[in-house]
Design a protein. Structure first.
Length: 356
């Protein structure tokens, strides 16, 4: 290597380090500015949780204070994030213990170069009509193929981004022929309202705002049927799980309780979600109907998490997602299936979640 190339390499390395520091600094601002910290007793250890504003049992747990009630010997700190990419960065910075995050970001997080030491402990929901591609009325976009040459926004490294790439692949459209723009849900809504983008692939509640003057082209429910399902998952830091397995058990129990509430008392579930999304119970109920929520029995079936010592098909789902991301040059390569099997936390299943 020549001196000049060495200098260039050093500059690139410095820029990479600066970029990483910049991202970590941004995460620190998020952690400082958008968190709900019930740390009333400085002598208690704190559990740090990342949540997102999509309708799920996680919002029910947060709204009803079930975790605080079940773990009185801990402080509970909830921090809001806009996407899974930011949650991954926070895990890299070792600033989180639990997170609500999409399956595509998890597949990316378990792959190089991130190699995040976390494990999947829960399936919050399976994406259906609650995540979709919407085109602005009047843009002449009627099919995915019509996206060629158009400006399309999505949150990069999210389940929506994964689904958009899958839809383009299914339609035979090269992503390079589409002007893809990296925008978080609220930023994509603002760009839509300014007329800066022609279409957006995103999730609720932003999705419903776009639908007011747009047309749904394809939803994640259709892509799931075609073999590219996306999910919202609960993950836990492996270090935390090893040190506090009893807390992981409690976290899973309250999440299972929330799933049961969605099935058995949808009005109470909608009230809780509405309070967290600052919307009406009617709107929250409609949003909940657009997703698919597993029963506790389904959760521990071979299709999803599986049971202790026998990780379910969710591992293959994540492996398939990583392979697709590698094909799309979103990650260098997909890890072996065993990486994902080892990342499914099955300790105590099914008994733990059945004992709500």
């Amino acid at each position: 290597m020549t001196i000049n190339s060495t200098r260039a390499s050093n500059r690139r390395g410095a820029r990479s380090v600066s970029a990483l520091l910049g991202v970590l600094a941004a995460v620190m601002l998020v952690l400082a500015g958008c968190s709900v910290d019930n740390s009333e007793d400085s002598s208690k250890p704190t559990i740090r949780l990342a949540y997102q504003s999509f309708p799920s049992g996680d919002l029910i747990v947060k709204n009803n204070g079930w975790l605080e009630e079940a773990l009185p010997d801990y402080n509970i700190k909830w921090t809001k994030f806009d996407s899974g990419a930011d949650i991954n960065t926070a895990f890299v910075a070792k600033e989180l213990d639990f997170g609500a995050i999409g399956s595509s970001p998890v597949a990316r997080g378990l792959s190089a170069p991130l190699n995040i030491p976390y494990q999947v402990v829960f399936v919050l929901d399976v994406a259906g009509d609650n995540e979709a591609l919407v085109a602005r009325n009047g843009t002449s976009i009627n099919t995915v193929a019509d996206l060629k040459g158009k400006r399309v926004a999505t949150a990069f490294a999210s389940t929506a981004h994964y689904s958009l790439l899958a839809a383009l692949n299914q339609a035979g459209v090269n992503p390079k022929d589409v002007d893809l723009i990296d925008l978080q849900p609220q930023a994509s809504l603002a760009a839509w309202q300014r007329g800066d983008v022609d279409a957006v692939y995103t999730w609720l509640p932003t999705l419903d705002e776009l639908r007011k003057d747009g047309t749904t082209i394809i939803a994640s429910r259709q892509l799931a049927t075609a073999g590219k399902p996306t999910l919202d998952l609960g993950v836990v830091s492996t270090e935390f799980a090893d040190a506090h397995p009893e807390v992981v058990d409690t976290w899973r129990k309250v999440q299972a309780r929330a799933l049961t509430l969605i099935k058995d008392d949808p009005n109470a579930a909608a009230d809780a979600v509405a309070a967290q999304l600052n919307t009406t119970p009617e709107d929250a109920a409609d949003q909940l109907k657009q997703g698919t929520y597993l029963t506790v029995a389904e959760l521990t079936s071979p299709t999803w998490l599986g049971t202790e010592g026998n990780p379910g098909n969710l591992a293959e789902n994540l492996h398939s997602a990583a392979e697709f991301l590698a094909e799309q040059q979103q990650i260098p390569s997909a890890p072996p299936l065993k990486t994902f099997q080892d990342a499914i936390y099955t300790k105590g299943l099914p008994g733990v979640v059945e004992q709500q």
